[in-house]
Design a protein around this ligand. Structure first.
Ligand code: ARG
Length: 449
C-alpha cells in the first residue's frame, strides 16, 4: 500500500512483528460499515459516480459475507483488517477500489472501527449483566427470608437474610451497567474525516457519515480523534470493576460452599471433582472467576501504560490497544454467562444459615440498643454489653442465658426479649436495612426496573 517510496520489501520478521490481522479481523463488520458510509459521502461529494459507489458497496458486502462464511483468505502481508479488505475490494472490482481511501487514513478508520465495536459489545455486556441480575433476583426471592449471619472482618456481625446479601450484588451490577452506559455515551462520536491527523483538503459530509453509523456527532478535534483511546481505558476499567464484583461474589460462594460454612450448594454441573480425592466437589467456576479478574486488571494497566508516553497523534504503540480490549470483552462475557447459569441453580441451605445466625452474640448490638431506648448513652450501653459478653465467655454461658442483672441493674427482665431473631430482623425497617419486608419490597422494585 506504500510501495511508491520503498525499494525493499518489508522484512518477514517485521511483518510478523507488526501484523494485527490475526486478531483485528473481528473488526470487519464495522470496517465495512465505515467504508460504505465513507463511500456514500464520496458519492454525494461527486468523487464517485453512482455506479462506482454501487460497485464499492456490493464488493464490500460480498467480502463481508465471505469473511462471515469463513471463506476469506486473510494475509499477514496486508498487516491488518483495513488493508486486507481494501486489497480484496480492488481485486474484486478493479481500479475503482483504489478510490475508497480518498480523504481517509487507517488512523481515522481504526478509531472508527474500534468505537463501533466497543458500542456493540457494550450493548451485549449490558444485556448479560441484566441476565445475571435476574438470576440473582430469582435466588434472592427464593431466599428472601433465609436468615444468615452478616459478616465484617469475616467475623459474625449481625443477622441478615440470604436475599439481602444477594441483592447487594444486584446493586453492584447496576453500577456496572451505568458505568458502561457512560462509556457508551462518551465514545459515540465519529472520528471519520480526521484523516491521518489533520483532516483532509477534500471535504466530505462528516455529519452524514456520523449519522449513517449511528454516532451522535462527528469529533471536533482531528488530533484528539486520532490519538484518543480514553474510551478503551474506560471500558477496561468498567470491566475490571465488574470483574472485582464477580470475584467478591465468587469468594462469598467459595466460603459458603465449604464444609466449615455449609451455607450453600452449587449444582454438579457447575462444580468439578478431583482426579485423586473421590469425595471432592470443588467450586472451580468461582475460583476461575476470581482468577480471571486479575487478567481484567492487567489489561487495564497494559492500556494505560501504552498510552502514557505517547506524543500526539497516532503512534504504532496504539495497535497494542486491541488484544487487551478483546481479551477483557471475551473474558467478561463468558464470566457473566457462566455465573448467571451457576447462580440460577444455587441452593442456600436454610438450616445451616439459621443455625449460624442463632448465635446470640449476633444480637449484642441489639442488646445495646435496648439499653439506649432506656436512656443510657450508646457508649455506656456498648461497654455494659461488652462486660456481659466477657462474662458469657468467662462462664461459658451463652449470652442469652446469662443473668444480665449481675452486670448492670439497667438490664430488666424484658432484656431477654432481645434474643429473638425474627424480632431482630423485623425491627430493621429503615430503608436499606434487611427486614424481610424490606427485602421483598426491594425485589419488587428491581423486578419493575
Ligand atoms: N493496525 C493499525 C492499528 O491497529 C491501524 C492503523 C495503522 N496506522 C498507521 N499509521 N500505521 O493501530
Amino acid at each position: 500500500m506504500w510501495k511508491g517510496r520503498f525499494q525493499k520489501q518489508t522484512a518477514d520478521l517485521v511483518q510478523q512483528y507488526g501484523e494485527s490481522i490475526s486478531y483485528d479481523w473481528r473488526l470487519y463488520p464495522h470496517d465495512i460499515a465505515g467504508s460504505i458510509a465513507h463511500a456514500r459521502a464520496q458519492k454525494v461529494a461527486g468523487l464517485l459516480t453512482a455506479d462506482e459507489f454501487t460497485q464499492i458497496e456490493s464488493g464490500l458486502r460480498e467480502i463481508e459475507q465471505e469473511i462471515a462464511d469463513g471463506k476469506f483468505e486473510f494475509s499477514i502481508e496486508l498487516e491488518d483488517i483495513h488493508m486486507n479488505i481494501e486489497s480484496a475490494l480492488t481485486k474484486k472490482i478493479g481500479a475503482v477500489g483504489g478510490k475508497l481511501h480518498t480523504a481517509r487514513s487507517r488512523n481515522d478508520q481504526v478509531a472508527t472501527d474500534t468505537r463501533l465495536y466497543c458500542r456493540t459489545e457494550i450493548d451485549t455486556i449490558t444485556e448479560l449483566l441484566a441476565d445475571f441480575q435476574a438470576a440473582l433476583l430469582n435466588r434472592a426471592e427464593k431466599y428472601a427470608d433465609a436468615v444468615m449471619p452478616g459478616y465484617t472482618h469475616l467475623q459474625r456481625g449481625q443477622p441478615v437474610t440470604a436475599g439481602h446479601h444477594l441483592l447487594a450484588y444486584v446493586e453492584m451490577l447496576e453500577r456496572d451497567r451505568q458505568r458502561l452506559a457512560g462509556c457508551r455515551h462518551r465514545l459515540n462520536i465519529s472520528p471519520l474525516g480526521s484523516g491521518a491527523l489533520a483532516g483532509s483538503t477534500i471535504n466530505l459530509d462528516r455529519a452524514a457519515i456520523a449519522a449513517e453509523l449511528g454516532f451522535d456527532a462527528p469529533s471536533t478535534n482531528s488530533m484528539d480523534a486520532i490519538a484518543d483511546r480514553d474510551y478503551i481505558a474506560e471500558i477496561l476499567f468498567a470491566l475490571s470493576l465488574c470483574g472485582a464484583h464477580l470475584s467478591r461474589f465468587s469468594e462469598d460462594l467459595i466460603l459458603w460452599c465449604s464444609t466449615e460454612f455449609g451455607f450453600a450448594t452449587l449444582s454438579d454441573a457447575h462444580t468439578t471433582g478431583s482426579s485423586l480425592m473421590p469425595q471432592k466437589k470443588n467450586p472451580d467456576v468461582c475460583e476461575l472467576t476470581r482468577g480471571k479478574s486479575g487478567r481484567l486488571f492487567g489489561n487495564l494497566i497494559s492500556m494505560l501504560t501504552s498510552l502514557k508516553g505517547l506524543p500526539l497523534t497516532y503512534n504504532r504503540d496504539l495497535q497494542e490497544d486491541k488484544e487487551p480490549l478483546f481479551d477483557s470483552i471475551d473474558t467478561i462475557k463468558l464470566a457473566l454467562k457462566v455465573n448467571t447459569e451457576m447462580t440460577s441453580d444455587l441452593e442456600i441451605n436454610r438450616d445451616a444459615c439459621l443455625a449460624a445466625a442463632s448465635d446470640p452474640l449476633l444480637l449484642a448490638t441489639d442488646l445495646a440498643d435496648y439499653l439506649v431506648l432506656k436512656g443510657i448513652p450508646f457508649r455506656d450501653a456498648h461497654e455494659l454489653v461488652g462486660l456481659a459478653v466477657a462474662k458469657s465467655n468467662e462462664t461459658k454461658t451463652p449470652l442469652d442465658q446469662l443473668d444480665l442483672s449481675i452486670v448492670s441493674e439497667h438490664f430488666g427482665p424484658d432484656a431477654s426479649k432481645v434474643f429473638n431473631l425474627d424480632r431482630a430482623l423485623a425491627a430493621r425497617t429503615n430503608p436499606g436495612a434487611p427486614s424481610i419486608e424490606n427485602v421483598r419490597n426491594e425485589i419488587k422494585r428491581w423486578k419493575k426496573s
